[in-house]
Design a protein around this ligand. Structure first.
Ligand SMILES: Nc1nc2c(ncn2[C@@H]2O[C@H](COP(=O)(O)OP(=O)(O)O)[C@@H](O)[C@H]2O)c(=O)[nH]1
Ligand SMILES: [Mg+2]
Length: 281
């Protein structure tokens, strides 16, 4: 994703989401289950105001299941309904409509009490930062490929509703929000999970962050993947060890640190180190 978030763009994104909010009953706030806080827009409460919402921890298939459970409790303790989903495979997606209906039942009961016999379908909007899986979820809910996935800017069309069964409609264009750039660690987590382009941050810095995190939280996975007997406290030694084991070398047999960084990050993003969560509640 190559959106550059300058203040003007942020204000515009916010305005666009707020325009869409007027049309809908409920918001699906999409977060990355591996980094629920870092993948959250810093002004989300302010932007959504009092609109009912469900937090969706997407890419739960890539996250540590036990930690995802803790996140669900964390959100529910704050009075926010939360679900773990995998938009790609569809796991948990059915629950979304059921939960939304349940949350909106009072509002629709009131409409019925006023004599509106066939209340309209409830209307929903997906919001989230780039690459969190908005298009994938829209496609999944729509049951056919309507929204484009991936990074293809420049496709503009009139606002349309996608039918999700008989009881729900989804705006076909999601609300795109910016992440918390101010915090360096947030940037490193977004880069580690692949939410932001590698070109934006120094690859080696990101890999150093990721390796330190893995050493602290998932040492056995690190040892197993790279056949290490122990994990050096010295990050250069750790790069050397991985590079030597994996043949990330330049002429003369010295370790190529960029290649090591690329390898480690690719392994993380393709689950070669298993399911990982980079944030705990
Ligand atoms: N493993 C996994 N990958 C996902 C999931 N949802 C989306 N993705 C992938 O994440 C990337 C970004 O998804 P996309 O829908 O384009 O994100 P958007 O920018 O928010 O619209 C794509 O490569 C998707 O295939 C999920 O639940 N699990
Ligand atoms: Mg998209």
């Amino acid at each position: 994703m190559t959106i550059q978030w300058f203040p003007g763009h942020m204000a515009k994104a916010r305005r666009e989401v707020q325009e869409k909010l007027k049309l809908i009953d409920i918001v699906f706030e999409l977060l990355d289950a591996r980094i629920p806080l870092s993948s959250r827009n810093p002004m989300i409460d302010d932007i959504l105001a009092n609109k009912p919402r469900i937090v969706l921890l997407n890419k739960a298939d890539m996250a540590d299941a036990a930690i995802t459970k803790q996140w669900i409790s964390f959100f529910e303790q704050q009075g926010v309904r939360a679900l773990a989903i995998d938009s790609q495979a569809g796991t948990g997606v059915k629950q979304i409509v059921a939960t939304a209906k349940d949350m909106m039942k009072d509002k629709f009961a009131k409409m019925a009490a006023k004599g509106i016999k066939n209340p309209r379908p409830l209307r929903a909007l997906i919001v989230g930062i780039p690459n969190v899986g908005k298009s994938t979820l829209i496609n999944r809910l729509a049951g056919k490929h309507i929204a484009k996935t991936g990074d293809k800017p420049g496709v503009t069309k009139a606002q349309q509703w996608i039918k999700v069964g008989k009881e729900m409609e989804l705006l076909d264009t999601p609300g795109i929000l910016w992440p918390k750039f101010e915090d360096e660690e947030v940037g490193l987590k977004l880069a580690t999970t692949g939410a932001i382009k590698d070109a934006i941050l120094n690859l080696q810095d990101v890999a150093v962050y990721a390796l330190r995190f893995l050493k602290q939280h998932y040492p056995d996975r690190l040892k197993e993947r790279y056949s290490l007997d122990d994990i050096s406290d010295d990050i250069v030694e750790l790069f050397d060890a991985i590079g030597t084991r994996r043949g990330c070398l330049v002429g003369g047999g010295t370790v190529d640190y960029d290649k090591v960084a690329e390898l480690v990050l690719r392994d993380i993003r393709t689950e070669k180190l298993g399911r990982l969560s980079f944030e705990k509640p």
